[in-house]
Design a protein around this ligand. Structure first.
Ligand SMILES: Nc1ncnc2c1ncn2[C@@H]1O[C@H](COP(=O)(O)OP(=O)(O)OP(=O)(O)O)[C@@H](O)[C@H]1O
Ligand SMILES: [Mg+2]
Length: 429
């Protein structure tokens, strides 16, 4: 049992825990699987899943989500999951993993579809549907959600260069003139009217803002956090689409940043209502505790430099416990992830890593209770997909584990030139 403190363990036992895998005992050919490994998912946590390419990170992260979905209703309804899907791979979880039915049987499990909702950028709904993906809902933001700094960072300017200074002034003006209801067109109009700014800079800004329309994420209504984070709901937010727009990662970061700060605000409010409810017995409607997970976390919250998401994510990392926000970061390169995200992680699941820099990054935060070299633990892992070490801050111990097979279909594997026979009834070409 990982991630649960003594008193919760006494009070709740293994209620509200996720079955992640089995303990590996022995090394090399002698390695065998023993006890089942459960991880607490009912208290706020920061979990880091790392490992080299193709070692099972996205797969294991999906397992955490499956487990939250399998919690008893009375626990599950107090949680909501937001999966930030950077690769567009998680929609496949709505299909049972028939491919691994035999393997699942050895674990006493059966293929099972995940009950999840797929959200895509409003403007691209049709494209997804045309390619055969079942879309449940769309997301969009109102331009009024963005501060001047959000625009500046997303466009790649600095608050102190000419462009940045002009944006700051223009957004202030639009706000003053139009209050909290304006569209990108209104910003462009204000840019064109801004005589104080050099014509060349005005033109370049106007271009940027019209290009922003093409990101396909803006609408007047904006986003309803209640829809995205309904009690017990698993929401997959596909932001893989932005590869074709210039600066894909800056637009993705903007989306993650806007969401993170909205969720933080909503949960702070929700906590007040929950406390009020506890004191008076009068329960008010709130959004549940939230799990936010993201692949390629070092792109959003890098060790060096700033993105449109890093401020909001750092706030969640440092202050998310109180409002009940959990994070699950996935990265190939823990060394490139912001050190605060590393040091605040209370559970690390590390698949095979080989770069000395990345191993050192892990060692540096676990040194307080590490007996041996982390490299040795990793070397001892059997060479199987899904083998990992778990570093648990709560028990201050390290466990080698084999991650359990997935109940739902994983679409993130590498393509193979030799085609498998289709399992869904239709022919694979
Ligand atoms: N626990 C597991 N049991 C069985 N197979 C697994 C397990 N974990 C991973 N695999 C297999 O390994 C493949 C690669 O896993 P995954 O897509 O999670 O890699 P990744 O670490 O996210 O790679 P990348 O860094 O390229 O995103 C999966 O498609 C799956 O076939
Ligand atoms: Mg992956």
């Amino acid at each position: 049992m990982l991630g649960k403190d003594e008193s919760d363990l006494k009070k709740y036992g293994d209620k509200g825990t996720a079955l992640i895998g089995r303990h590996i005992v022995g090394t090399g050919d002698d390695a065998h699987l023993t006890n089942y490994v459960h991880v607490d998912v009912t208290r706020p946590h920061v979990i880091l899943v790392c490992g080299k390419r193709g070692t099972g990170k996205s797969y294991s992260a999906g397992t955490f989500v499956e487990e939250i979905a399998r919690l008893p209703d009375d626990i599950r309804k107090n949680l909501a999951v937001l999966m930030i899907d950077t690769m567009g791979i998680y929609w496949s979880m709505k299909t049972p993993n028939e491919r691994d039915a035999e393997l699942l049987k050895t674990w006493g499990l059966k293929p099972e579809a995940l009950d999840a909702k797929l959200f895509v950028p409003q403007a691209f709904k049709k494209e997804y549907e045309d390619s055969g993906v079942d879309v449940d809902s769309t997301f969009s933001f109102s331009p009024t959600d963005l501060t001047a700094t959000d625009w500046i960072i997303t466009f790649g300017f600095s608050p102190i260069d000419e462009h940045g200074i002009a944006i700051e002034r223009i957004i202030k003006k639009v706000r003053k003139n139009m209050g909290n209801k304006y569209r990108i067109d209104d910003i462009i109009e204000e840019i064109n009217a801004d005589e104080r700014t050099d014509k060349k800079i005005r033109d370049s800004l106007a271009n940027r803002f019209s290009a922003a329309e093409e990101w396909g994420i803006f609408s007047e209504e904006g986003l309803s956090v209640e829809d995205l984070l309904a009690p017990g709901q698993i929401s997959i937010l596909d932001i893989s689409h932005f590869t074709r727009t210039s600066g894909a990662w800056s637009v993705r970061s903007l989306v993650v940043g806007l969401l993170s700060s909205k969720i933080f605000q909503e949960r702070l409010m929700a906590r007040k209502k929950e406390e009020y409810g506890l004191m008076t017995g009068a329960m008010k409607k709130t959004i549940p505790m939230v799990w936010i997970m993201m692949d390629e976390a070092h792109q959003f919250l890098p060790a060096e430099g700033e993105t449109a998401a890093s401020g909001a994510l750092l706030t969640l990392v440092k202050e998310g416990r109180e409002p009940g926000i959990s994070l699950l970061f996935i990265t190939q390169m823990p060394n490139k992830l912001h050190p605060d995200a590393l040091s605040q992680s209370d559970l690390i699941m590390s698949h095979r890593l080989t770069s000395a820099k990345d191993i050192n990054a892990l060692s540096s935060i676990m040194q307080t209770y590490m007996l041996g070299d982390i490299q040795d633990y990793i070397n001892d892992l059997p060479r199987m997909k899904g083998a990992a070490i778990m570093l648990d801050d709560n028990s201050e111990r390290i466990y080698p584990i084999q991650a359990r097979p997935r109940l739902s279909w994983h679409a993130g594997g590498s393509p193979c030139a030799i085609k498998e026979k289709g399992l869904l009834g239709d022919d694979d070409e």
